[in-house]
Design a protein around this ligand. Structure first.
Ligand SMILES: [Ca+2]
Ligand SMILES: [Ca+2]
Length: 122
């Protein structure tokens, strides 16, 4: 869709019908409809912890204020980041946990030989 088509679509009074259904792009609203001046708005659902993920979809209640969450409403401080595997590198950014391969294998010398741990090489 080109610029002109977009312009027409969103120009107030040209194509929208007040009361017609639309999508306001917010996941915490339902029953979105066009109002005056073609503004699309819906009925807000509850979002108790204010993280932008409505309670119905929020798997982690009481998210601390200001923490970025994933689509389930969970921030890194609310997730288990360590997968328990000593060979993977655990990380969490914006509520997305990743486990990448691999830690540097630790090699230790005994009196007789060099012994490497079981982690695969990076
Ligand atoms: Ca929430
Ligand atoms: Ca949350």
């Amino acid at each position: 869709m080109g610029f002109l088509a977009d312009f027409r679509e969103y120009t107030p009074g040209t194509t929208c019908v007040v009361g017609a259904s639309c999508d306001d792009g917010l996941i915490c609203t339902i029953n979105d409809v066009y109002g005056a001046n073609c503004t699309c708005a819906g009925t807000p659902l509850n979002d108790a912890d204010g993280d932008g993920v409505c309670d119905e979809n929020d798997l982690c209640s009481d998210t601390p204020v200001g923490e970025v969450v994933n689509t389930d409403g969970c921030s890194c401080s609310q997730l288990i980041v360590d997968d328990g595997d000593p060979c993977t590198v655990d990380d969490c950014v914006n509520g997305i946990v990743t486990h990448s391969c691999c830690r540097m294998a630790t090699k230790t010398w005994t009196a007789f030989a060099m012994v490497a741990d079981s982690c695969p090489e990076p």
